[in-house]
Design a protein around this ligand. Structure first.
Ligand SMILES: [Zn+2]
Length: 92
């Protein structure tokens, strides 16, 4: 039962903070571009951030692009930010 002790720790691509999955926001790369994955269940390569600030930092420093192995348009990023703001506000 060694596996049972392993926690699924995720690392924020912005600041490098490690946390378990529920506390981080998932960004996923899809065929239509990069999206904020509010459910954590969208298939595709994902990256995690702990806040919108970290998302912005990770985009500016290209860490997000490296994590997702793709380039990201500014307009695409604006959409992700907007979705994150909207959907995060609904979560209490
Ligand atoms: Zn962070």
């Amino acid at each position: 039962m060694e596996e049972a002790r392993q926690k699924r720790v995720r690392t924020c691509v912005g600041c490098g903070t490690q946390s378990d999955k529920v506390q981080l926001l998932r960004i996923v790369r899809t065929d239509e571009g990069v999206k904020f994955d509010a459910t954590g269940r969208v298939p595709g390569r994902g990256a995690y951030v702990c806040s919108q600030e970290c998302l912005s930092d990770a985009f500016s420093s290209r860490k997000l692009q490296r994590a997702l192995r793709c380039s990201i348009e500014r307009s695409n990023m604006d959409q992700v930010m907007a979705d994150m703001a909207t959907l995060s506000a609904q979560t209490r």
